[in-house]
Design a protein around this ligand. Structure first.
Ligand code: G6P
Length: 614
């Protein structure tokens, strides 16, 4: 949450910063602002609203500077308005700061600063931090680096910050703890970019350094220095990005979300690439190697995640227990981290995260590590904090996911988790060779089956027209498709703001059935799996109460079409693979309903893609 970007070099900074902010807008869109230094003067422009509002505002200003930074905000402290927008500045207007994270002890620091004469314009913790740094520099008569270093030793919380000083107009200072920050390095270090993720950087350079926790970077033309907050220098470790510009643009689609839904045949294929070759009975995840024994011999597997990643974890619980025969618990990372969980070195933990930056998941990993468990990561963003915090892991290789509502990340997560389950099953000899082989072949055909499933798009758009004004919806599924029902309901509420609930179909009788009347659309995942007959009964129960039924069925089903109001036909596959297909129509249904309701599907209200605060 919150996107930060900065530039130092030979170009005009403002276009680079504004373009970067647009790329990072998925991280928050409550307000946006930029700061530039020109001829030793610091200028700050900020506006409530989206980056486009800031851009219109800047058109009437004469903005200049070859050093600049910008921020797009997801509000935590203080309402979204012009004053609380970043960048924030010091009392003397010589220092400016952008911040992603939360300074937890800001209230105490603020009180002390007020006693020393500081006045605050807004309510943010970030404004307090820049005043704090200013005060330390004044009291200690020290360099800005030293003041930042002392301040960061005092603050509690999470931050990725960039600071500029009008007195040092050729320098950017950056630091991080628990919030992401990437440094892009231009040719001969004549240019530098800083950003919350690599998307604002890739069109300029593929050389990056990921700052580690408690590190401070000093960037000047021709020079990059990194020290930690106890003043120990460290050599920057340069990595090379493997991202293309196409991957982060809309490519002819109306929205990133639709593009990402339609990318799934390819993203799942990329996820399988090199890992699965059915003809050779080859299944290997290169990233899970050194600690594989810990997974094979785990007494229990604990899966951690939030949001959609948690739903992928629930699918994995069914997969791992069925195939690998290891007991699994799936935990919301936010709950796990605060409840003194019982675990030890015999437990394996799988942490799932698209962004690899979710604060609760990171904290839960730290806790599990402290208890001796081995942690495996399933992340999409390469080099992200979670990917680095885990012992080992497997990337999902879904490519950048920019729409706030997660789609292709989910199918890629389920694919990786399925491969892990199959790998364990094989090595522990829990699966007959024939079944293993059949599943490998079927998994190999899944990208094509996803492409066939996407053909239901037009049909779903028609159904969306009928239900666009619904106030509530229920999603029901059983077994592997119960978590998919949860995910379908989450998609709808996130982007269309219709209240939706997912339930195991059999649980309907224990409450939700009371809600059914002719106004209530009920989405059933009713494919021909082992619970088909039972789902048919559940559909009958809804119809008996005049509910409206939208059923996801397998091609050729000739029973449910006689009962349901609408059917959506998808290809058949083995039970364990069904979530990879059944989720697709649910993503499309949420998408079309949201578009018809005039909602911004890529940037739904109040949400952010990467939740780096707890
Ligand atoms: C936010 C996003 C969701 C995502 C969740 C977990 O709420 O809006 O789409 O599922 O965070 O994020 P992660 O990056 O850890 O998968």
């Amino acid at each position: 949450m919150c996107g930060i970007v900065a530039y130092l070099g030979e170009q005009e900074a403002s276009p680079v910063v504004l373009k970067g902010l647009k790329r990072l807008e998925y991280r928050g869109y409550d307000s946006a602002g930029v700061a530039l230094i020109y001829q030793n003067n610091l200028a700050i422009y900020k506006k409530k609203g989206k980056v486009s509002d800031l851009e219109s505002y800047l058109q009437n200003q004469n903005i200049k500077g070859s050093i600049g930074m910008g921020h797009t905000r997801w509000a935590t402290h203080g309402e979204p308005n012009d004053i609380n927008a970043h960048p924030h500045f010091s009392s003397d207007h010589r220092l400016a700061l952008i911040h992603n994270g939360i300074i937890e002890n800001y209230a105490t620091i603020k009180q002390e600063l007020i006693l020393k004469g500081h006045q605050f314009l807004g309510q943010t913790d970030s404004e307090v931090l820049i005043h704090f740094i200013e005060q330390i520099q004044k009291e200690n008569e020290c360099s800005l680096f030293e003041a930042v270093r002392i301040a960061l030793n005092e603050v509690v919380g999470a931050y990725a910050i960039v600071i500029m000083s009008a007195d040092d107009p050729n320098q950017l200072l950056a630091a991080r703890k628990s919030s992401p920050l990437v440094i892009g390095i231009g040719k001969d270090k004549k240019e530098f970019w800083l950003a919350s993720d690599a998307t604002p950087i890739i069109e300029y350079t593929n050389e990056v350094v990921y700052l580690d926790d408690n590190q401070i970077a000093v960037l000047q033309q021709g020079k990059l220095e990194i020290k930690d907050i106890s003043n120990q220098p460290s050599t920057p470790y340069i990595q090379y990005l493997d991202l293309t510009l196409d991957a982060i643009e809309k490519g002819g689609f109306d929205s990133f979300m639709l593009k990402e839904i339609f990318e799934q045949p390819e993203s799942v294929l990329n996820c399988l690439r090199g890992r699965l070759i059915a003809d050779q009975q080859h299944l290997q995840l290169g990233g899970i190697n050194k600690y594989l024994d810990k997974l094979l011999n785990a007494k229990r597997i604990i899966i951690l995640g939030c949001g959609t990643s948690w739903h992928a974890g629930l699918v994995a619980e069914y997969l791992l227990e069925e195939l690998a025969r290891i007991p699994v618990e799936v935990e919301y990372a936010s709950e796990f981290r605060y409840r003194n969980p019982i675990l030890d070195a015999e437990d394996a933990v799988i942490a799932i995260s698209q962004s690899g930056e979710t604060a609760d998941t990171l904290a839960a990993i730290d806790l599990a590590k402290s208890k001796g468990a081995t942690i495996f990561g399933v992340c999409n963003v390469v080099g992200s904090s979670i990917a680095r915090a885990t012992h080992e892991g497997a990337y999902t290789h879904a490519g950048p996911e920019i729409g706030v509502a997660s789609t292709k990340a989910f199918t890629a997560q389920v694919t990786v988790l399925l491969m892990i389950a199959l790998m364990i099953a094989k090595k522990r000899q829990n699966i007959p060779a024939v079944q293993f082989s059949e599943l490998l072949y079927e998994l190999e055909s899944i990208p094509q089956k996803i492409a066939n499933t996407l053909k239901v798009n037009d049909e779903i758009e028609k159904i969306a027209h009928i239900y666009q004004k619904a106030s509530n919806m229920i999603y029901l599924g059983r077994g592997y498709n119960f978590p998919v029902a949860l995910e379908g309901a989450l998609k709808l509420k996130e982007i269309s703001y219709i209240h939706a609930e997912g339930y195991p179909a059999a649980e309907m009788k224990h409450g939700p059935i009371a809600l059914i009347d002719e106004e209530m659309p009920v989405v059933f995942i009713a494919i021909k799996d082992s619970s088909y007959e039972k789902i048919v009964s559940n559909i009958q129960e809804v119809k008996a109460r005049r509910g409206r039924v939208i059923a996801i069925v397998n091609e050729g089903d000739n029973l449910i079409p006689t009962i349901a109001d609408h059917i959506i036909e998808i290809p058949a596959t083995y039970d364990v693979l069904t979530p990879l297909l059944t989720v697709i129509p649910l993503q499309l249904l949420a998408y079309h309903i949201a578009v018809l309701r005039g909602c911004n599907v890529d940037q739904p209200r109040n949400l952010a893609k990467s939740v780096t605060v707890e």
